[in-house]
Design a protein around this ligand. Sequence first.
Ligand SMILES: Cc1cc2nc3c(=O)[nH]c(=O)nc-3n(C[C@H](O)[C@H](O)[C@H](O)COP(=O)(O)O)c2cc1C
Length: 274
Amino acid sequence: MSLFTIDPVKCKRDGICAEVCPVHIIDFSDREAVPKPVEGADEECLRCGHCMSACPHGALELGFMPLSACTPIREAFSLGFEQVDQLLRGRRSCRVYKDEIVPREILEQLIRMGRYAPSGHNRQPASWLVIHDRDEVRKLAGMTVEYLRTTLESQPEFARSLHMDSIVNGWDEGRELVFHGAPHVIIAHALKDERTAPIGCVIAQAYVELAASALGLGACWAGYFNMASLNYPPLQEALQLPEGHQNFGALMIGYPKYGYHRIPTRNEPRITWR
Ligand SMILES: Cc1cc2nc3c(=O)[nH]c(=O)nc-3n(C[C@H](O)[C@H](O)[C@H](O)COP(=O)(O)O)c2cc1C
């Protein structure tokens, strides 16, 4: 199958597809003909869909990505800067959750958005583990506390500087402060040695977190759990990630008990202009 086909009637010979292609595999040297893939294009193509997406005429269809699967961008849904401003600055880390389960379909909807985060060479490195079962979430919290407790013993100063003592004390007093009682945890994992994984997974999770707030959910990065999952073998075993994979970022998630009504201030940006 050809990498892409071009409808010669719809194509206006504007060369936009060739110009936007990140790896320059579209040959538009013959301005009278429709663009065509260069030799070896199939191996070089990033499967990013830019050529199809940028064609204003719907003339280009990729062999592996039917046009019918590519949602048109609707002008009417474009957010203004004020809406984006409120979405980004109004999002808060949620640490108080309702005692309510989030349906799997909704969590999957968020993860599906995470796929649209940028990733090096469009490699989309993240795989996802969703701990939907509350008992399992609590078990992982307990194992994280075990790790924090041993770290407090072995490196007390370091552990206290990260407030590990308060998480451990909280647990001993009956408060779960690892996931703050969130019913679910979403973990982005990938092959340890995948070059694009650390940044790709983190941006994908950031998309999930932002989309969660737009759906009325609350989320928060689970840094203590992350640290434990990388350093505490029993927790690594409990996660049962595929061979060679590691956790690159986890979010606790659920319905927030409280909303937020004002946007806190942040440090002034430290910018160097050159
Ligand atoms: C990598 C990372 C790890 C975090 N880990 C935790 C955590 O384990 N527990 C927690 O309550 N908050 C955690 N947070 C949330 C931060 O404390 C929070 O983002 C910060 O205080 C700013 O608040 P805001 O997100 O509401 O703006 C983490 C945030 C990041 C980015």
